[in-house]
Design a protein. Structure first.
Length: 622
């Protein structure tokens, strides 16, 4: 048995960025009982080793505190991850369509092929989405549902048949079924003015059985571990009902199979019943209830439906209902009385102004001290409202939605309006608590390194320069927003987020040095070794085999088995080497310009020929 001071694990020969201002760098750490017990120089730390101490040589790699996502929908995402073909990171529409065709070929009836967000058309070299004709050509019989951000969904003819949308189907509230000249649905669904139609249509598809959902959740957690994530604040979500849809994650917690620390917020689901939901929940669960692996975190991001604006920058800003303040006030009063922290989805400054009017009114009677309440998103927040949040002791959780929608924002509002959207530097200067996250899995990717790339370069995933240098963050500040700063948003300040003696031993050893790689390459970083509470939960390369092996992804046709999750970005040079060329792009009526020149599909020419042949194209020049 180890003596009390003998570490369970020592990691040495690393370049540790501790984020502890009293000791910002170290070359070794010791871990005992799930916490860092010593941080320092290699020689000093190695002296602590005992006969049972496990020792791992990091071989000079950069190590950072485990990343914490302040806003993700990991509980809902985990239930569905194994069913979803992810286009996250794919840089060529041609490659994305090849992936789709391959998955169609392996997916049995009556299952769907689902591509549920996490990408934008701007990341593709072709700068467009597939056409409905292209989707129907590769999937004539298998239902296909493709969600693009929260603005639209593409359904092939088979999916339209399954969901039952016909000429006689009326447009539902909050959405449009796009129709042809004869009134027949084309397969395009548009969110107007919210995503209800997209949620509702997706919910019509088959669900995984409980055993598969457990397997799926474990694979999704391991996927974010692969990217260095060790903590998530789950923001709830549409069609994520409490407690029913939390049974799988709670079962995994009881079994000791969580590999991500989760703090969860409760998200009301029914308009006009929000207050009743929070009255019910506040009598059954309290903030902080749970442990360091799984704990309740309060209310939101939906507090009342009349206060939730929609983040589709392709359409005009929605005005909140006149009843917003009257609906929101009793909920905020209840939460303040019950001492429940809360979060509120708010994209636009106009929404934030009206919410703050309510908050300030309630705070006169019920002080918010210690509640750790905050807004999510806040892309267009004004200086005045930043100051109002600071005065009330609140925070702002920002996400990298602009990395995926920045081009749309600029098209509608102009580049000047986009240059500080959201104005993170000003938030920090005014003393507001700020944390970073992704809002994954639908409106953006779960990859934290895309967020860190966006924060430090000011670029979108499509490569457009959104922000001037004065409005981007230095790399250390950005990293702090992904680690120690996010602990405030789950009321865990001082417990994790730094590599410091006494804190929870969560860290990631990186595939490349975050502090020295070119800015564009930040988005390509992964973790080669992820440690949670002193236990290895992911290993790759030199460290492969150190983490417990996962059971194979279920079902056997799962896209996770065949292509995994986030797709590695090939360099432009590599894409050009691999890309076949079309000699008749100007005359091919099937796909037009889609594969002209070096569009970057990493596809052998035989596969490419077969793929485009399936679309009716016979114009390949090899």
């Amino acid at each position: 048995m180890n003596a009390p001071s003998t570490p369970d694990l020592i990691l040495f020969n690393g370049k540790f960025t501790t984020l502890d201002r009293s000791r910002p760098e170290a070359s070794a750490v010791a871990i005992l009982d799930g916490r860092f017990s010593a941080v320092g120089d290699r020689d000093d730390i190695m002296k602590l080793a005992g006969p049972a101490t496990r020792v791992i040589d990091l071989r000079g790699r950069r190590a950072i505190p485990g990343l914490i996502d302040s806003h993700m929908h990991i509980i809902r995402g985990g239930l569905n991850y194994n069913m979803e073909l992810r286009w996250d990171g794919v840089r060529s529409l041609a490659d994305a369509m090849r992936m789709l065709k391959d998955q169609v070929d392996r997916t049995p009836a009556p299952q769907w092929v689902r591509i549920v967000g996490g990408f934008t058309e701007h990341q593709f070299a072709e700068k467009r989405l597939p056409t409905l004709e292209e989707i129907n050509a590769v999937a004539p019989d298998t239902p296909v549902f493709i969600l693009h951000l929260y603005d639209r969904a593409l359904l092939n003819a088979a999916a339209l048949r399954v969901v039952g949308y016909t000429k006689d189907t009326p447009n539902p509230p909050g959405g449009e079924i796009v129709r042809d000249a004869q009134g027949n649905p084309t397969g395009m669904l548009v969110a107007k003015p919210n995503a209800t139609i997209l949620y509702a249509t997706l919910s019509k598809g088959p669900k995984l059985p409980a055993e598969y959902q457990k397997n799926s959740t474990r694979h999704f957690m391991r996927e974010v571990n692969r990217l260095g994530v060790t903590g998530v604040i789950d923001a709830g979500g549409g069609y994520q009902n409490y407690p029913d849809d939390y049974q799988i994650i709670e079962e995994l917690h009881r079994e000791g199979h969580l590999t991500v620390r989760l703090a969860y917020n409760l998200f009301t689901q029914k308009p006009k019943e929000e207050l009743a939901d929070f009255q019910n929940w506040s009598s059954k669960v309290r903030p902080g209830q749970g442990d360091d692996m799984y704990r309740h975190n309060g209310a939101g991001e939906m507090l009342v439906y009349t206060a939730a604006d929609f983040e589709d920058f392709r359409v005009e800003r929605p005005d909140m209902a006149p009843s917003m303040e009257a609906d929101l006030e009793p909920v905020i009063r209840l939460l303040a009385e019950k001492r429940w922290p809360w979060r509120l989805h708010a994209t636009y400054d106009e929404t934030i102004s009206r919410a703050l009017d309510v908050y300030e009114k309630v705070a006169k009677d019920l002080p918010f001290d210690g509640l750790n309440w905050f807004f999510d998103h806040a892309e267009t927040i004004s200086d005045r409202n930043i100051d109002r949040i600071a005065a009330l002791g609140g925070g702002i959780a920002v996400q990298h939605r602009m990395a995926y929608q920045g081009e749309y924002f600029v098209e509608r509002y102009g580049s000047r309006a986009a240059c500080a959207t959201p104005p993170i530097r000003r938030m920090l200067e005014r003393g507001v608590k700020v944390g970073a996250g992704t809002d994954a899995t639908r409106v953006a990717s779960y990859n934290p390194w895309v967020s860190l790339y966006w924060l430090t370069t000011g670029k979108t995933v499509g490569g457009m320069q959104l922000y001037p240098q004065a409005n981007v963050l230095d790399r250390e500040t950005a990293l702090r927003l992904w680690t120690e700063a996010n602990t405030w948003f789950s009321s865990e300040t001082g417990k994790k987020g730094r590599i410091e003696a006494g804190q929870l031993a969560d860290l990631a050893v990186l595939s490349a040095d975050y502090f020295s790689v070119p800015g564009d390459d930040i988005q390509d970083i992964t973790s080669v070794l992820t440690v949670l509470g002193g236990k290895v939960v992911h290993g790759d390369g030199d460290f492969s085999g150190l983490a417990p092996e996962l059971p194979a992804a279920m079902p056997d046709w799962s896209p996770v088995r065949h292509v995994g999750g986030y797709q590695a970005r090939a360099t432009l040079t590599e894409r050009r080497k691999m890309a076949p060329l079309c000699a008749c792009a100007s005359s091919c009526g099937v796909h037009g310009h889609a594969h002209a020149g070096a569009w970057g599909a990493p596809v052998p020419t035989s596969e490419a020929s077969s793929f485009w042949g399936a679309l009716g194209c016979s114009c390949w020049a090899f």
